[in-house]
Design a protein around this ligand. Structure first.
Ligand SMILES: NC(=O)c1ccc[n+]([C@@H]2O[C@H](COP(=O)([O-])OP(=O)(O)OC[C@H]3O[C@@H](n4cnc5c(N)ncnc54)[C@H](O)[C@@H]3O)[C@@H](O)[C@H]2O)c1
Length: 250
């Protein structure tokens, strides 16, 4: 990742923040973008010796995504990697599919699907010009497993898999790769928020359903993201990599 320019959306906390730190440790220049403040992330990236452009971003607003691309190009002259990590998750109220509020459904689709589409269409022109790039879209096991009581979230993440495959086919000839990563439940603030008081029990049940009977932690995912971002995965595109301890086997 030495001197690669890596944009990470949803970088204010949780997994996005972790990816920023790990990409910086690997030598990349970081663009940390979120609708919330990335000041803490910027500090953590600088603590490990990295360079960080801290940008406010609303992925649902295409102009905001264009601003992300142009500010990145202004500072670093190129975009090598985009990690589409921003999503609504913990704040989505869990309920039976027929009880989900229409407004919540629309918000989930707007951020989790349109947001990915917006960021991809904002950065692809510059990747096309440089004839290279790697886009990693964060999906979820929820899409493949069919997570109950989360039809909005699971459907939005299933759409991310479809979008990944389509864009991968359309941009491959320009040297751009597009892949998805689908983690199972990870112990983050957002997951705890989503699961509420049942969190510990839920993590236990999930772990018991995996081949590797352990709860997925924040430290267990970034290696897969770094792999997809870099040259070691240069012949991998359009794929979904499960990081789920062997919960579903594709
Ligand atoms: N934690 C898990 O169990 C888990 C499992 C599978 C997949 N994922 C996925 O991993 C990613 C990160 O998860 P997390 O647990 O760190 O979640 P999180 O809620 O902590 O982080 C999501 C980030 O996205 C940002 N965001 C929300 N709306 C935005 C918008 N309109 N524009 C820009 N940024 C916006 C939030 O401010 C937040 O910082 C998400 O895509 C999530 O769906 C998480």
């Amino acid at each position: 990742m030495k001197d690669k320019v890596v944009i990470i959306t949803g970088a204010a906390r949780g997994l996005g923040q972790k990816y920023c730190i790990e990409f910086a440790k690997a030598g990349a220049h970081i663009v940390a973008a979120d609708i919330a403040s990335c000041n803490e992330t910027e500090k953590l990236v600088k603590n490990v010796g990295g360079e960080c452009l801290n940008l406010e971003l609303d992925v649902t607003d295409f102009d905001s995504c264009l601003n992300l691309a142009s500010k990145t190009l202004e500072k670093f002259n190129k975009i090598d990697v985009l990690v589409n990590n921003a999503a609504l998750y913990g704040t989505l109220k869990s309920s039976r599919f027929e009880d989900i509020e229409s407004d919540q459904w629309d918000k989930a689709m707007n951020v989790n699907v349109k947001g990915v589409w917006n960021c991809c269409r904002a950065v692809v022109p510059s990747m096309r010009t440089q004839k290279s790039g790697s886009i990693i879209n964060i999906a979820s096991l929820a899409a493949i497993y069919g997570m109950p009581y989360a039809a909005d979230y699971a459907s939005s993440k299933a759409a991310v898999l479809g979008l990944t495959r389509v864009i991968a086919r359309e941009v491959g000839k320009d040297g751009i790769r597009v892949n998805s990563v689908a983690p199972s439940m990870v112990r983050t603030d957002s997951a705890a928020e989503f699961l509420g008081e049942k969190a510990d029990r839920a993590f236990d049940v999930i772990a018991k359903g995996q081949i590797l009977q352990k709860t997925l932690e924040v430290d267990d995912i970034y290696g897969t993201i770094l792999y997809l971002a870099g040259n070691q995965s240069k012949f991998v595109t359009g794929q979904t990599l499960m990081v789920d301890g062997g919960s579903v086997l594709l």
